[in-house]
Design a protein. Structure first.
Length: 108
């Protein structure tokens, strides 16, 4: 099963040197254990654009749909055999980046 682990922060690209070292080690462990699919940091909500192309529309607005002090600043997509393993990886990811994370399984 695939899951996404979102990193929750109040700024993008804010990891310290020690945190980046821990994140790199976590990424290497994910790859070594066969759980790695991909990971990335993502831009802050101020760089987002909401686009609506439904029903022939072509409208867009600057900024995120969601407004709040915290937001998703990055993510890991992981492959696991079960949700419990995904939860274990989410805890390890949270410890590595020193941030809260949100775990969501992909729909089948």
């Amino acid at each position: 099963m695939r899951s996404i682990i979102f990193v929750i922060d109040d700024s993008s690209g804010s990891a310290s040197g020690d945190e980046m070292t821990a994140i790199d080690a976590f990424n290497s462990a994910l790859q070594g254990d066969g759980h790695w699919v991909m990971a990335a940091g993502i831009a802050a909500p101020g760089q987002a654009e909401v686009i609506d192309g439904r029903e022939g529309r072509e409208s867009s607005s600057s900024g995120s749909l969601f407004d709040g002090a915290e937001y998703f600043s990055g993510f890991w997509i992981v492959e696991t055999d079960d949700l419990e393993t995904a939860r274990r990886l989410a805890v390890a990811g949270s410890r590595a980046c020193n941030r809260k994370v949100e775990l969501r399984p992909f729909l089948r």
